[in-house]
Design a protein around this ligand. Structure first.
Ligand code: DON
Length: 314
């Protein structure tokens, strides 16, 4: 692995600069108004190996919010809190082929259960399963989990992004009320309270190195190699990585699996968390998004790395 890391170090800057140009083929997300301020042409990456060597390039010091990347870890926390049976009574295990915020299948396909936990409807259902006696306690439990995974006890949500999403989330609100009507959100669940926790976990501020460390835990089957602690049971890591491969890049997941061939999860802030199983955790940021909601330059960079380093699992 040392030789591989050396090769990576010597080429990474060049690959980042080559991928950066793809930012012009996309747009920064603006449906959450606060996200529109992100630097369109930024591109950064951090790669962490199990010995703790961090390789970074480009604008890896950029801060951005986790957005949908947080859904991987709320899924895992819900599995740890409630077990597989309860979780999969609320969400399915299949990709949709639809946009991440689509409500089409909630009405079209009985029994109105979201197809998977990584689309917005599924993630909102998952958030409702997190244990805690109040929305504040649930948020605190999620933050604590994210802090342990990232090794940074100061991790927190970004107040401006949270407020911006809360004020404009008409579509997520309608999805959540739909779920309530379909009894995916149960009688005791207050829709606005679940949404509040969801907006906060989507708004957690990170840098590429945080995502790299969180991804490294997944790459090592739930063990944080840097502290030696088991943070996640192996079975739940398996479930999370499978979903990342099948639906982590939304309805571009098939193409990404063919071109890159490893589990990844994107967010509308332009972040991507990628896992090279048994090897590396990777965090990428590139705020310019393609039509499917994935970072144009970030996807190009990860596909380049896969080709150059032979990282496809297949
Ligand atoms: O709910 C939303 O729309 C955002 N908080 C998260 C969506 C997202 O990141 C989809 N990503 N590609």
């Amino acid at each position: 692995m040392a030789a591989e890391l050396e090769r990576l170090k010597s080429h990474l800057d060049e690959w980042v600069e080559r991928s950066r140009g793809n930012a012009k083929n996309g747009e920064v997300a603006s449906y959450i108004p606060e996200l529109a301020h992100a630097p369109k042409n930024a591109l950064g990456i951090a790669i962490l190996d199990p010995a703790g060597t961090l390789v970074q390039s480009g604008d890896s010091g950029c801060s951005f919010t986790m957005q949908s990347i947080s859904k991987v870890f709320t899924l895992i926390l819900a599995l740890m809190d409630r077990g597989e049976e309860t979780v999969f009574s609320k969400v399915g295990m299949e990709p949709t082929g639809d946009d991440f915020n689509s409500m089409l299948k909630l009405e079209l396909v009985e029994p109105g259960k979201p197809f998977n936990p990584l689309i917005n409807a599924g993630a909102i259902a998952i958030t409702s399963l997190i244990l805690g006696s109040s929305p504040e306690e649930k948020t605190e439990r999620i933050l604590r989990f994210f802090r342990d995974l990232s090794g940074d006890q100061t991790l927190n949500y970004n107040e401006a992004v949270y407020r911006s999403e809360k004020a404009t989330a008409h579509r997520n609100r309608s999805l959540a009320y739909f779920l309530k009507d379909n009894e995916v959100l149960d009688e005791a669940t207050d829709v606005e309270e679940v949404l509040d926790v969801y907006f906060k976990h989507c708004s957690v501020d990170v840098q590429c190195s945080h995502l790299a460390r969180m991804a490294l835990v997944l790459a090592n089957d739930g063990i944080d190699r840097l502290s030696g602690r088991e943070l996640i049971p192996r079975r739940y890591v398996q479930i999370a990585k499978t979903f990342m491969l099948m639906c982590g890049m939304y309805n571009a997941s098939g193409e990404f699996a063919i071109k890159a061939g490893f589990p990844a999860k994107s967010g509308v802030s332009g972040g991507i968390m990628a896992v090279i199983p048994g090897k590396y955790g990777i965090g990428v940021v590139g705020p310019s998004l393609n039509r499917k909601g994935n970072s144009t330059a970030g996807v190009h960079l990860l596909e380049t790395l896969s080709r150059q380093m032979g990282w496809s699992m297949f």
